[in-house]
Write a protein that binds this ligand. Structure first.
Ligand code: GYE
Length: 328
């Protein structure tokens, strides 16, 4: 009797497993997860503006595969309206969870409410949003951008601690209105206040791209006969500035110092080569943590409202030492 019962039970459980694993998942039900089936995640990426972003995309795609998450990936090409339509379409498809890296901080209330009303949890990765709405996202996983700007500024204040006169700094800002651009600007400005010789003589957006950084730096070089230092809010713009400085017949890292943020392989190489002077890390490998949190969120478990990723800084010697093992 016992044996018969066991057999019946195991047939029943095979039946359940088969039902979960077979055929295309009807949208909503097991796409939504919760019942232990495969999770479907809609992810809206900013674009492919930088080396950081490419590494971030790869990390998310690889981690989804490793965690058996069905990833619907959408690239917004730097446009907020593309992100809004992608999120709307994820809501319509009734994915289990939506994650996105918001290109700018404002303008998300309506679409976030749509997701909330549809009962689909949202996770912010990499960049934060400004919203007055309550409970429209479960958590925000990303770096502390104010701290990154501060580290860049603290190095600058120290480097020029005994400068006899004014030190002219130009700033290459990230995408206008984006969380990292706003916060890195704040952190840097705060930290350089400690040294009254330090002056930001020009500041403009290079949109986090190499070509943007190059163009803005060319204009800065034309307009300002004496530039001592560049604060580039990401590696790519710093690398664009290297090209502009070299084209102007000057030596990056010596005639004009460069401090940048990200610490991608290319940025580390420039630092090891003496073209950048100091580098602040921003870790793009958010994929594994995102998949982990997404599973918890879909299972209805409580998650921390803010998850801060860990970063470090590199001077030229440290960059040289770390370069061979750099993964991105
Ligand atoms: O620093 C930059 C990218 O949001 C942290 O976006 C990210 C920033 C990163 O384009 O390279």
């Amino acid at each position: 009797m016992k044996r018969v019962l066991t057999a019946v039970l195991s047939i029943a459980s095979v039946g359940v497993l088969a039902a979960c694993g077979s055929g295309p998942v009807p949208s909503g039900s097991s796409g939504g997860g919760g019942g232990g089936g495969q999770i479907t995640m809609g992810f809206s990426q900013v674009g492919a503006e930088s080396g950081w972003r490419t590494a971030n995309t790869t990390s998310i795609q690889d981690a989804a595969k490793a965690a058996d998450v069905n990833l619907k990936f959408s690239d917004a090409n730097g446009e907020q309206e593309n992100q809004i339509s992608a999120i709307r379409s994820f809501v319509q498809q009734r994915v289990g969870v939506i994650a996105f890296s918001p290109v700018v901080r404002t303008g998300w209330d309506a679409v976030l409410l749509e997701a909330k009303n549809a009962g689909i949890p949202v996770i912010l990765t990499d960049r934060a949003v400004d919203t007055q709405e309550k409970d429209v996202y479960k958590t925000f996983i990303g770096a502390d951008f104010v701290q990154e700007g501060k580290w860049a500024g603290e190095w600058t204040a120290k480097e020029y601690a005994s400068a006899p006169g004014p030190v002219n700094i130009v700033q290459l800002e990230g995408t206008t209105g984006s969380d990292p651009a706003l916060e890195r600007t704040t952190g840097f400005a705060d930290a350089i206040k400690t040294n009254p010789n330090l002056k930001i003589i020009a500041s403009q957006s290079g949109d986090f791209t190499r070509s943007g950084g190059k163009q803005v730096m060319e204009a800065f070089l034309k307009a300002n006969p004496k530039i001592d230092m560049v604060f580039a809010q990401n590696d790519d713009m710093g690398l664009g500035a290297v090209e502009a400085i070299e084209a102007a017949g000057k030596k990056p890292g010596q005639d004009i110092k460069i401090v940048a943020i990200d610490a991608t392989h290319d940025g580390m190489q420039a630092t090891a080569d003496g073209k950048f002077n100091f580098l602040v890390e921003c870790n793009p490998l958010l994929g594994p943590q995102l998949m982990d949190i997404a599973k918890k969120v879909v299972a209805g478990e409580a998650v921390p409202a803010r998850i801060v990723t860990k970063d470090q800084t590199f001077d030229q010697a440290q960059a040289k030492a770390a370069l061979p093992d750099r993964k991105y």
